[in-house]
Design a protein around this ligand. Structure first.
Ligand code: F6R
Length: 368
């Protein structure tokens, strides 16, 4: 069933264009976005004054990405919290809080407990889930399913992209219901979102460059990942993939934190991935990241730069440039994570490791 791929993880990475097309299909009709299992009343959604995303691991990284979009579109404050931290903090939750529980399996015990805790305080809960009939969506008030198909590999890839895409639909739906956005505006954003599967395919078609890089780096003992804005959770997720399947020490940082500590780690030859935002977006964001590349390179780092097609500013400071197609800044995380998934998968394969069943990990963590 691996369809010629060396692992389920490789197969699932390469299925992502189709998977995300399936997440998005049939959601927009007659000028309105509709979500079939969104059973929370519109009047309730209009009264929401805070969103708390609860999740673990990769699903929490997806939450960190979508926080930027939902706040930008809906002007509602969004907190993202690891489910196991949320529960033990006496969190401030009220009937005006919308809790978004992201879980591929729908069975993660910590996330389930966070859902129960939120419901006890009167919050409405929407589950972002891949598995129909699983516990978390059953106990939630509403659900948005990913429709990415079963994910077999322990390390999550296509579900991560599906979680981000489904949360984008939720954000757009809230913007529609609350009147932040009207039909044409939503249509414009959705049009760009609908182009994402083809762009994912373009990134996948160019995967040989990253596969070769991974094989060349099979002896790496430490890899750092930097990003700003939506590139920051991308850096965290890239680092998580590498540690969980290739057992390499990996850390993701917000690039702005460099001078507050992490830059001390950089010495000659240290590989550093940098996720660079579009130069067409907010200027200051792009130029700040370019100066971060310069800073680490000046201290000997080997810079592995993920930059938009046509971005020439990165060239003088990059040892390797990996390109992604142009898109909205908020949608770039659906593209920029892919080279990092491929890197981890290929490096672990080159090390001869069991990519699909990494040591000490289970696909679904049903204990606290
Ligand atoms: C990492 C990974 C885990 C899961 C986490 C939550 O690749 O797969 O970090 O994301 O255990 O799982 P779900 O989404 O099933 O709640």
């Amino acid at each position: 069933q691996k369809s010629g791929y060396a692992s389920f993880m490789a197969k699932e990475i390469h299925e992502q264009a189709e998977a995300i097309a399936d997440t998005l299909v049939g959601r927009f009709e007659n000028g309105r976005l509709t979500l079939e299992d969104m059973l929370i009343e519109e009047s309730t959604l209009r009264s929401i004054d805070k969103i708390i995303v609860v999740a673990c691991g990769t699903a929490a990284n997806a939450g960190e990405v979508v926080k930027y979009a939902i706040e930008h579109w809906c002007r509602i404050p969004v907190e993202v919290e690891l489910a196991h931290e949320f529960r033990y903090r006496d969190p401030i939750v009220s009937p005006k809080t919308l809790v978004v529980a992201i879980s591929q399996s729908g069975e993660t015990m910590d996330t389930l407990m966070a859902v129960r805790h939120a419901k006890e305080q009167g919050a409405k809960v929407v589950a972002i889930c891949n598995t129909r009939g699983s516990t978390i969506p059953r106990e939630s008030d509403a659900a948005i399913y990913l429709h990415v198909g079963p994910e077999i590999a322990v390390a999550s890839t296509k579900a991560y992209l599906g979680q981000i895409s489904a949360c984008y639909l939720l954000g757009l739906y809230l913007a529609q219901v609350r009147g932040n956005f009207y039909g044409d505006e939503i249509q414009a954003v959705l049009d760009d979102l609908e182009q994402i599967p083809a762009k994912i395919q373009q990134v996948l078609d160019g995967s040989e460059q990253v596969e070769q890089l991974a094989r060349d780096m099979v002896d790496a003992t430490s890899v750092l990942f930097l990003g700003r804005h939506v590139g920051y959770p991308t850096a965290l997720e890239g680092a998580l993939k590498l540690k969980e399947i290739a057992y390499i020490h990996a850390e993701g940082f917000a690039a702005g934190e460099l001078k507050h500590g992490p830059i001390a780690l950089v010495e000659d030859g240290q590989p550093v991935f940098v996720v660079v935002p579009s130069p067409r977006g907010r200027d200051s964001l792009h130029s700040k990241v370019v100066s971060n590349i310069q800073e680490v390179r000046a201290r000997g780092a080997r810079t592995l730069v993920i930059a938009e097609e046509g971005d020439e500013d990165v060239l003088p400071y990059s040892d390797v440039v990996i390109r992604y197609p142009q898109t909205r800044t908020l949608f770039a995380p659906l593209l920029t994570i892919i080279p990092l998934q491929i890197f981890a998968c290929e490096l672990a394969t080159a090390k001869g490791l069991d990519v699909d069943q990494p040591r000490n990990l289970a696909k679904s963590v049903t204990v606290e």
